[in-house]
Design a protein around this ligand. Structure first.
Ligand SMILES: NC(=O)C1=CN([C@@H]2O[C@H](COP(=O)(O)OP(=O)(O)OC[C@H]3O[C@@H](n4cnc5c(N)ncnc54)[C@H](OP(=O)(O)O)[C@@H]3O)[C@@H](O)[C@H]2O)C=CC1
Ligand SMILES: CCCCCCCCCCCCCCCC(=O)[C@@H](N)CO
Length: 328
């Protein structure tokens, strides 16, 4: 009996592997492709742009300030490729965004891959966040990803070709102390990505959502200036990455057409744990999720316990400090 069940399982898995080419897309060729990177002037976005450039892509960088300084980078001296720098605020006016994307397409051809990386983060306690900031983060991180996507999707559908990346964050998979304004704007990207993927898969367009941990960038340095100690200690759990490492992983996942792009061992566990109803792009990924979910939930409960105790300890510490100040 056991043998029959075993044989069935093996046959089932083999069958899945046989049909797997049907569900995984063909990799995108970066050589000669036109890649648009929002937030391409700094941090992760800049490294993504460099990575794509090294693979032979034509790049359009989008940011509010026009900075193309990495063009002087030593590694990029033999150049027949073009890098276009466009200055626009991606979060304000759809008309403006659509018009700059149109200009870029006229110069470098239709967009093959769009990387939505422009974003901002703020870490502070809920009641310390100025109320306008909740809206501004939603505008930059969420609407700022909608507008460029909306501007390229029609042509991608016509061409039956395209890749779109949303750079979320591990804080877009789990809500953490200090991220009441930031996390929701990153969670929103996942909802957008899942819905859009279902609409465009039959047009051979593949969406990737990337969930990086803390990454050493100018944006991260800025965020650290007034980050609550709790947020710092909790985030340290999954370590600090270098932006070029993160960029390599994101670009590779986007080229492969993987829906999920995670970084590091904690990132891998978080993605398996929070996969919900998101699409799979390989049989291996699906099988891993099925097998590991219970174990990862168990581990997650320990993590949650340790996060709670960090918050409690910080509260006690701050209580003590307040007492000392009162005495002084
Ligand atoms: N660093 C980290 O720890 C992590 C970052 N992330 C996410 O990765 C992305 C990049 O982060 P990081 O590299 O640290 O960021 P940086 O602050 O270093 O760079 C942000 C980039 O986005 C551009 N940008 C910001 N706002 C706008 C806007 N309204 N319109 C156009 N461009 C804009 C900036 O240029 P300019 O100011 O000139 O407009 C800059 O090029 C963000 O979405 C962030 O949330 C996710 C996880 C971890
Ligand atoms: C099995 C379960 C494993 C659970 C692991 C949990 C680890 C949580 C760590 C979350 C770190 C969040 C970093 C946010 C980075 C970010 O977006 C900002 N730095 C942007 O500037």
């Amino acid at each position: 009996m056991l043998l029959v069940v075993g044989a069935f399982i093996v046959a089932f898995v083999l069958l899945l592997y046989m049909v797997s080419p049907l569900i995984s897309p063909r990799p995108l060729k970066l050589n000669g492709a036109h890649v648009v990177v929002t937030g391409g002037s700094s941090g992760i976005g800049k490294c993504i742009a460099i990575e794509c450039f090294k693979h032979g892509a034509f790049i359009t960088l989008v940011a509010r300030d026009e900075v193309c300084d990495w063009m002087n980078c030593e590694c990029l001296l033999t150049i027949s490729q073009v890098v276009l720098c466009i200055s626009v605020d991606i979060s304000k006016d759809y008309g403006q965004v659509a018009s700059v994307i149109k200009q870029a397409q006229e110069k470098l051809g239709p967009v093959d891959m769009l990387i939505n990386c422009a974003g901002k983060s703020v870490a502070a306690k809920f009641e310390d966040i100025e109320v306008g900031l909740f809206r501004r983060l939603m505008e930059t991180n969420y609407l700022g990803s909608i507008y460029p996507t909306r501007a390229v999707i029609h042509t991608m559908k016509e061409r039956r070709l395209g890749r779109i990346v949303f750079v979320s964050s591990q804080a877009g998979q789990v809500g953490l102390f200090g991220y009441t304004a930031y996390s929701p704007s990153k969670f929103a990207l996942r909802g957008l990505a899942e819905s859009l993927q279902m609409e465009v898969k039959s047009y051979n367009i593949y969406i990737t959502v990337a969930y990086p941990p803390d990454t050493d960038t100018p944006g991260f340095q800025e965020e650290n200036k007034d980050k609550p100690l709790e947020t710092k200690l909790i985030s340290e759990t999954s370590g600090l990455c270098q932006p070029d490492q993160v960029a390599k992983i994101i670009v590779n996942d986007a080229v492969q057409g993987n829906f999920n792009s995670s970084i590091g061992p904690d990132g891998y566990m978080l993605s398996a744990l929070t996969c919900g109803m998101s699409p799979v792009t390989s049989i291996t990924e699906g099988l891993q999720q099925i097998v590991t979910m219970g174990l990862f939930r168990t581990i997650a409960l320990f993590y949650l316990g340790s996060f709670d105790s960090i918050v409690r300890r910080c509260m006690m510490q701050q209580g003590k400090c307040a007492d000392v100040e009162k005495k002084d």
